[in-house]
Design a protein. Structure first.
Length: 160
């Protein structure tokens, strides 16, 4: 069974703010990294000892359940972009969707879909860590800078 996984170095990097309001669950940190991965287009596979990670949960936590379809849609969109598939190519879109999405699984993703989602969270962490001079020490300061980092990543992705 596939799990949402967060890199150990990401957990350490976010350790000062992970339990501070407005963050309530570890999935909050995962989500921040995931969005940064989507925005920057970065995805780093969590394979082997190079990026040790911990299993968080098997399915979307309650706070994110309502957004699960949006998150899965963002994954499909990111993978379409990465694969160079135009949304008008219906057969290719359908094939990619089938490779990533499984409505019967607890998290609505195939093992490949979960692996790719985790890769975007991993790449997003790398992007955030590279863009900041140091790890975050207050949630307020991090959130203020986070939106600018996401905006910059989206702008760079649009230009490429």
């Amino acid at each position: 069974m596939a799990y949402f996984r967060l890199r150990a170095d990401a957990q350490s990097w976010f350790s000062e703010i992970a339990d501070a309001p407005p963050f309530r669950v570890k999935f909050d940190v995962y989500y921040l990294c995931l969005l940064a991965g989507f925005a920057s287009g970065r995805a780093t596979e969590l394979a082997g000892a190079s990026h040790p990670a911990t299993d968080l949960v098997e399915k979307f936590v309650e706070d994110y359940r309502a957004a699960s379809r949006l998150i899965i849609g963002l994954l499909v969109t990111a993978e379409l972009r990465k694969s160079g598939i135009d949304v008008s190519e219906k057969a290719q879109v359908r094939a990619l969707f089938k490779r990533l999405v499984d409505s019967e699984s607890p998290n609505s993703l195939t093992d490949l879909g979960m692996r790719r989602l985790n890769a975007y969270a991993s790449g997003g962490y790398e992007y955030l860590a590279e863009q900041r001079d140091m790890k975050p020490y207050t949630a307020e300061e991090f959130i203020q800078g986070y939106t600018a980092l996401i905006d910059n990543a989206v702008e760079k992705a649009a230009l490429s």
